[in-house]
Design a protein around this ligand. Structure first.
Ligand code: GTP
Ligand code: MG
Length: 195
């Protein structure tokens, strides 16, 4: 799945702009700046494919990337704090929620959690929305390179406790670093094995 060509398809700003629901897709959701776009770049091995930046609120559209003609990777705008006007943020948050609740071909949502911060109330809110919409989701810990192995343990315990509250959650967490490559092959294999 990841061996073939990867292409940017389009940036979507409203539900009626979504591409035809003709193939499976997975999406990457999480707070602003958690590392969604960087993770897509790491997974595809294409550094500048999804635009990443240190400014929270970088991704403001739903960006579609095609893996050949087999599947879509979907880069979502972040939730929570963003450096953008309030009205603009409100619009993309509404779009994000409509997408997560109503996309038929969404096979799995990857919920990204910063390894330094753990699950925050806004993450809980999004996970609850996924439960209600029966969208299977899996947590991906990001930026693992930013903390030592001892610091990671309590955060993982907090996330695991949180996941017990969510019927739509997969119990397995994937610990990643887009910078160092940790966990990337594992995540790639999970996506490639979805049908
Ligand atoms: P929004 O589009 O604003 O919601 O952010 P995003 O979740 O797409 O985050 P993005 O990929 O733009 O990354 C945010 C910042 O974190 C950038 O400065 C990245 O370089 C950095 N970053 C992302 N992943 C990693 C990682 O694995 N390790 C480290 N050290 N930094 C990372
Ligand atoms: Mg982004």
């Amino acid at each position: 799945l990841f061996a073939g060509p990867v292409d940017f398809v389009k940036g979507v700003v409203a539900m009626d702009g979504l591409p035809g629901a003709d193939r499976p897709e997975v999406c990457f959701a999480g707070r602003s700046n958690v590392g969604k776009s960087s993770l897509i770049n790491a997974l595809t091995g294409r550094k500048g494919l999804a635009r990443a930046s240190n400014t929270p609120g970088r991704t403001q559209e739903i960006n579609y990337f095609a893996l050949g003609d087999q599947a879509y990777l979907v880069d979502l705008p972040g939730y929570g704090f963003a450096k953008a006007p309030v009205a603009v943020v409100a619009k993309w948050q509404a779009l994000l929620k409509s997408y997560l609740a109503g996309r038929q071909t969404l096979r799995r949502a990857f919920c990204l959690i910063d390894s330094r911060h753990g699950v925050k109330p806004v993450d809980h809110e999004i996970m609850t929305l996924l439960d209600r919409s029966a969208v299977p989701f899996q947590v991906v810990m990001t930026k693992a390179d930013k903390l030592g192995p001892n610091a990671m343990q309590p955060v993982l315990a907090q996330v695991e406790t949180e996941l017990q509250k969510h019927p739509a959650a997969f119990p397995q967490l994937i610990v990643t670093s887009s910078d160092k490559g940790q966990g990337i092959a594992t995540l790639r294999a999970i996506i490639a094995n979805l049908d």
